[in-house]
Design a protein around this ligand. Structure first.
Ligand code: GLU
Length: 352
């Protein structure tokens, strides 16, 4: 049985048909989490629902503008936490609120700080309850959805399993007759899987299946299993943790990326793109070399030295990510040259 589990609950799982906070389902999930804790499992909870919960209180319906959403999140986050605090307290379990933003993850020092804090809370038998800090997050810099946030948290602490509790039974594909079927296990995120993820589906949450597949990729690189299960069905969490096959389980890659490379691959947003030629592609992928300016064909975006950039082949397929040694301006001046050091040093490069 897994030792550290991150559990993500979506807004749709915490909302009743009237759009109100579904405290009954919240309490039921908490009771299941407490059972896991009693079996010596460390649990981190990632919860959505701040915006829904605040909008309900403010009578805003579905908030549309950014200030409305941020105001709703400010009101809703404390209401949501109060419910969790009450529910866990019934079992004598202490909780902690952890509000994260993209920059807390993008900055390596702050990221390590987040990891230390989460590990300290777990060591103290406290359940960290994470959400994005929606009230202060700038839209362009947001992680944006809690599936990705939960996967980043799971990767950050090196969890064994991420469980995404949602309003469907798992991940579905269509057979040749066009009939949907639940996929019990996914070993590789193929193009078929990505295409089937389609478009965001639930009304209340942010992501739908696309963000769950993004989360599965982050988990895969981090050696974390990811399960998608139905949050409304009784005891599924307990059964899953007990080893039963429930919902859809994504199996991670055998060789996970080491921690800093995971952070490079998923913690930051690329600020530009370098398109490279086939020679450089072979050097990077087959020979494990650094990227030299001689292999760079085009540069997109304006970035400073030290920024994270995506590296693509000539068709635009992303091959790698890395921290550049030169700004976009400087790099443009040395494109095609062999004698000017690395564009991206191997240590700062991750192959995807
Ligand atoms: N952070 C948002 C909230 O608590 C939810 C994001 C999501 O649904 O993924 O309301």
């Amino acid at each position: 049985m897994a030792k550290t589990i991150v559990i993500k609950i979506g807004s749709s799982s915490l909302t009743d048909p009237q759009g109100k906070l579904d405290t009954k389902n919240l309490k039921r999930v908490v009771a299941e989490i407490v059972k896991l804790i009693a079996q010596k499992t460390q649990v981190v909870l990632v919860t959505s629902g701040a915006i829904v919960c605040g909008a309900e209180k403010l009578g805003l319906g579905k908030p549309k503008t950014i200030p409305e959403k941020q105001a709703a999140a400010a009101v809703g986050q404390s209401r949501l936490m109060r419910q969790y605090e009450k529910a866990f307290e019934e079992f004598g379990v202490t909780v902690a609120q952890v509000l994260l933003t993209r920059d807390a993850i993008a900055d390596r020092e702050r990221y390590l700080n987040v990891r230390n804090t989460l590990n300290t809370l777990l060591a103290e038998n406290v359940v960290p309850i994470i959400n994005e800090n929606d009230t202060v997050a700038i839209e362009e810099l947001k992680i944006g959805d809690n599936d990705n946030l939960a996967a980043l948290a799971a990767s950050c602490i090196g969890a064994d399993l991420l469980v995404i509790m949602t309003d469907v039974d798992g991940f579905y594909l269509k057979n040749e007759e066009g009939i949907s079927y639940l996929v019990p296990e996914i070993k590789e995120i193929t193009r078929e899987v990505e295409e089937a993820a389609g478009h965001p589906s639930t009304q209340l949450g942010t992501g739908g299946m696309i963000t769950k597949i993004q989360a599965a990729k982050i988990c895969s690189d981090a050696g974390v299993h990811l399960a998608i299960i139905n949050s409304r069905k009784l005891d599924l969490l307990t059964k899953l943790a007990g080893g039963e096959k429930i919902g859809t389980l994504f199996i991670p890659k055998v060789s996970k990326l080491e921690s800093r490379k995971r952070w490079l691959a998923h913690g930051l947003k690329p600020e530009g793109t370098l398109m490279i030629d086939p020679g450089a592609e072979a050097a990077l992928i087959k020979n494990g070399k650094s990227l030299l300016p001689v292999g760079v064909k085009t540069i997109k975006g304006n970035f400073q030295a030290g920024a994270l950039v995506a590296v693509t082949d000539e068709t635009g397929k992303e091959l790698a990510r890395g921290l550049v040694n030169l700004s976009s301006q400087e790099l443009k001046g040395v494109i095609g040259r062999k004698d000017v050091g690395e564009a991206i040093h191997r240590d700062n490069l991750v192959i995807l």
